[in-house]
Design a protein around this ligand. Structure first.
Ligand SMILES: *Cc1c(COP(=O)(O)O)cnc(C)c1O
Length: 387
């Protein structure tokens, strides 16, 4: 039996068929079972912030698993407290900030939904059409893609989706709204930016009506978009943000960070998770934050992001380049994203296609100019071969 046969025999049919079988990684590269090398410009969908096998992450995780890997929520651990303090600092939530730890993006969103209920149990929660917030029942109920939601109805009640326009915001937000949840850049929609002024207006209206503004920074956070969190480029302060993906560089983790009065909404015993905030995952998170700061990886995300953007603009099939820093969406003039990505993979470049006419580029934050040059050459070839 081939690994592909073994995979399809043993694995639940809920995921699409794998592109290949990867056996190892180093820096910005991964290798498959046949020994082919790929430049990884997807990074596990914005997860491997430090690339693969980064010594700082390997050391932190190795040290932690050798000393103490898990305790229950009946006990505190040093890495857990340190990561909560780190998150208060890098989000700017500061003294009034509080952190809840789970194990995934969806769990961070579940915590956000419960937080919203605590702000008005019988009020509505608003989310945006074409948004993505995860696959658990709560997070899929919030997700604005009918194809993901409908097979699982009935869903969590009290959630409404509105269009991503300032007019829709103004029409929807009133005293009957507990929270508005949104992505600062819609990642799964193809890396789509919010309209100019949208986030500022969302902040004004939610504040005016006592609704929480909860940002899903699961994909946009941890330095990827050129600041620790994307909201920091908009001059607003949210009530809560969901963080996951890149936070621990590949070790599963999720977190909900609250700001100001939203930090007082949960009462003792109202939420929790066995693995949430465990010392192994939180030690990894601390190592990722320390390395991003030590190596100036946020500045690097800005620099390499603008280089990639400049290299892609004006190439065949490219209609527009979206996103920020190292979260880049390439809108194509024709629905041939799959063909481009398949060609790129053949050439040894991993990119991704959130939909038929969008390419997503989300490399590790550690890439240098040689990686940008290799990407440019391979991506250009893939575009030219498809056009
Ligand atoms: C990936 C993602 C999620 C879900 O995270 P999981 O870890 O897959 O549960 C939620 N929101 C956004 C914006 C994401 O990119």
């Amino acid at each position: 039996m081939t690994w592909r046969d073994q995979y399809s025999t043993a694995m639940m049919g809920s995921a699409p068929s794998p592109l290949t079988l990867l056996t190892r990684g180093e820096g910005a590269y991964v290798w498959d079972v046949d020994g082919n090398r790929y430049l990884d410009f997807l990074a596990g969908i914005a997860v491997n912030s430090l690339g693969h096998g980064h010594p700082a992450l390997v050391e932190a995780v190795t040290k932690q698993i050798s000393s103490i890997a898990h305790v229950s929520n009946y006990f505190a651990t040093e890495p857990q407290i340190a990561l909560a303090e780190n998150l208060r600092r890098i989000t700017g939530a500061g003294e009034r900030g509080r952190v809840y730890f789970g194990n995934s993006g969806a769990e961070a969103i579940e915590a956000a939904i419960k937080l919203a209920r605590r702000n008005g149990q019988h009020k509505k929660i608003l989310a945006l059409t074409n948004s993505f917030h995860g696959r658990t029942m709560g997070s899929v109920s919030l997700t604005g893609k009918p194809a993901l939601r409908e097979p699982f109805e009935p869903l969590v009640p009290g959630i409404e989706h509105i269009d991503t326009t300032i007019e829709a915001l103004e029409a929807a937000i009133g005293p009957d709204v507990a929270a508005l949840v949104l992505e600062p850049i819609k990642g799964e929609a193809g890396v789509v930016d919010l309209p100019e002024g949208f986030l500022t207006r969302a902040r004004e209206l939610t504040a005016q009506h006592g609704a929480l503004l909860i940002l899903d920074e699961i994909q946009t956070g941890m330095g990827r978009t050129g600041s620790w969190f994307a909201f920091q480029q908009h001059g607003i302060v949210p009530d809560a943000i969901a963080v996951a993906k890149g936070l621990a560089g590949g070790v599963p983790i999720g977190a909900l960070v609250t700001f100001g009065d939203a930090s007082d909404l949960f009462e003792t015993g109202q939420h929790g998770s066995t693995f949430g905030g465990n010392p192994l995952a939180t030690a990894a998170g601390n190592a990722v934050i320390a390395e991003i700061e030590r190596a100036g990886l946020i500045e690097n995300a800005v620099l390499r992001g603008s280089q990639i953007r400049a290299a892609v603009e004006g190439k065949p099939l490219v209609a527009e380049v979206r996103g920020s820093g190292l979260l880049i969406g390439v809108g194509l003039t024709e629905p041939v994203a799959q063909k481009v990505a398949t060609k790129a993979l053949e050439l040894g470049l991993i990119i991704n296609t959130p939909n038929d006419s969008s390419i997503r580029i989300a490399p590790p934050l550690i890439i240098d100019e040689t990686h940008v040059a290799e990407f440019t050459e391979k991506f250009t070839t893939a575009l030219e071969a498809t056009a």
